[in-house]
Design a protein around this ligand. Structure first.
Ligand code: AP5
Ligand code: MG
Length: 209
């Protein structure tokens, strides 16, 4: 199945995607994770996008579209994928139409208060990228990843100023995609407020599986 996960920052897209890839046996493609890996590797892409991402703005459309187009040409995603965090602008959605046919768009519905609670407590493994939360999903040992033993850190774009910017950018540039896909009959809203296990149940219902 070819899916898009659409929603504000901190809605739980990455967290549900980890469960959904097991259920659907497809790959997750997170543009944010690809950019963070490039930043960690100090590659030319990483150097180019670091400041933009840390400040909470969007990377330019041409760079992001080229990255996703290249990834979607690979063998392992021909039968299905979860696009987590792409498209994020109408221009990106129109470009996606030219190289892939999406079957459903899962829209994560959550108020700003929920976003602030989730991003305020998020901690991420530097090595494997797993997302913890200081209240909802604590690591067994402080600052050490349960999965790979990596160091746990706070994303630079989870600072309060950057979170406000990301919410503003989401409203202006990404939220219009809700109507874009609803008008095509592809959108499926999901209540993103409950705990993860309940969201998984709602997700399966939304897909009719
Ligand atoms: P990206 O990494 O995609 O960030 P985002 O969309 O802001 O979303 P997050 O990853 O912050 O949140 P999430 O919805 O995945 O939530 P999570 O599961 O972690 O992008 C980062 C940046 O890259 C962008 O700002 C932009 O600069 C750039 N970029 C990326 N894509 C781009 C594009 N297409 N175009 C241009 N630029 C692009 O959950 C959050 C926290 O809540 C975690 O701590 C988690 O443990 C906890 N949690 C999750 N679900 C639950 C739950 N159900 N109950 C309790 N806690 C929960
Ligand atoms: Mg994410």
């Amino acid at each position: 199945m070819k899916l898009i996960f659409l929603g504000p920052p901190g809605a739980g897209k990455g967290t549900l995607a980890l469960k959904a890839v097991e259920i659907l046996k497809v790959e997750q493609i997170s543009t944010g994770s690809i950019f963070r890996a490039a930043i960690a590797a100090k590659s030319p892409l990483g150097v180019k996008v670091k400041e933009i991402i840390d400040s909470g703005k969007l990377v330019d459309d041409d760079t992001t579209i080229a990255l996703v187009k290249e990834r979607l040409a690979m063998d392992d995603v021909q039968k299905g994928y979860i696009l987590d965090g792409f498209p994020r602008t109408i221009v990106q959605a129109q470009a996606l139409d030219t190289f892939s046919v999406v079957e459903k768009v899962i829209n994560f519905d959550i108020p700003d208060s929920g976003v602030l609670e989730r991003l305020g407590g998020r901690r991420v493994c530097r090595k494997c990228g797993y997302n913890f939360h200081l209240i909802f999903n604590k690591p067994a040992k402080e600052n050490i990843c349960d999965h790979c033993g990596g160091e746990i850190y706070t994303r630079d774009d989870d600072r309060p100023e950057a979170v406000q910017k990301r919410l503003e950018v989401y409203r202006k540039q990404t939220a219009p995609l809700i109507d874009f896909y609803r008008n095509r009959g592809l959108l499926q809203d999901i209540d993103a407020r409950p705990m993860v296990d309940e969201i998984v149940v709602n997700f399966k219902k939304a897909l009719g599986i």
